[in-house]
Design a protein around this ligand. Structure first.
Ligand code: DC
Length: 206
């Protein structure tokens, strides 16, 4: 069984994907980490993330980069969004994601284009979303808890830029698959959102 969980940044899709993987006993891949690794590798090597050739060269990142704490930063999220625009980068990361999705027994993947491009045949497709305000508040609280000094307005502005870039790119834009079940977490707590996702998945595979 393949479970595809797509949605914008800070929508709660990662938390939901992890919970679904634990519930169904399936392996989980956060595909955003791959784009983040490419973005970070590109920047560290002095490349320009907006240049397709520089971004493509960075797809050959070393495995240990996936565990680099800098991968989770907002700055790296921005770099990831920039390199992910290039069709060359998306093509270079396709096989790995496709192999993970189609492994025997199934898998849970979260990202932007899992239900539309990587695994259009997924039995369960969820599109997890929330208002920009709700997502910015969440990200703000997370960063404050991690001891970072940030402004809510800056986070909100950054989310809008990333949403716009991810949704308007020509290749594999952030969009709900026509057959995805949309889960709006704007006014829903973490546990409730997870319970709803599990209910939805069980309903879809019944
Ligand atoms: O989910 P995230 O915030 O870690 O993703 C970072 C960026 O990577 C996101 O802004 C767009 C890109 N991305 C993508 O284009 N396709 C995916 N499947 C996952 C992430």
């Amino acid at each position: 069984m393949i479970i595809a969980v797509d949605g914008p940044t800070a929508s709660g899709k990662g938390t939901i994907a992890k919970a679904l993987a634990a519930h169904f006993g399936l392996p989980h891949l956060d595909t955003g980490l791959l784009y983040r690794a490419v973005g970070l590798q590109c920047a560290r090597g002095g490349g320009n993330p907006d240049d397709p050739q520089d971004a493509l060269a960075a797809c050959d990142f070393p495995d240990h980069l996936i565990a680099d704490p800098e991968l989770r930063s907002e700055a790296t999220g921005g770099l990831a969004s920039r390199v992910s625009v290039h069709p060359e980068v998306r093509a270079a990361l396709y096989d790995l994601q496709r192999a993970f999705a189609t492994q025997p027994g199934g898998a849970v993947l979260d990202g932007r284009d899992i239900g539309t491009v990587i695994a259009p045949e997924a039995e369960v497709k969820l599109f997890v979303t929330a208002s920009v305000a709700a997502r910015a508040e969440r990200r703000f609280a997370e960063m404050r808890a991690a001891g970072r000094t940030v402004s809510l307005a800056e986070i909100e502005a950054d989310l809008r830029v990333r949403d716009q870039r991810d949704s308007s790119r020509a290749t594999a834009p952030l969009v709900a698959a026509p057959d995805a079940l949309v889960l709006d977490t704007s006014f829903v707590g973490r546990d409730e959102a997870i319970a709803e996702a599990i209910r939805a998945a069980e309903m879809l595979i019944a």
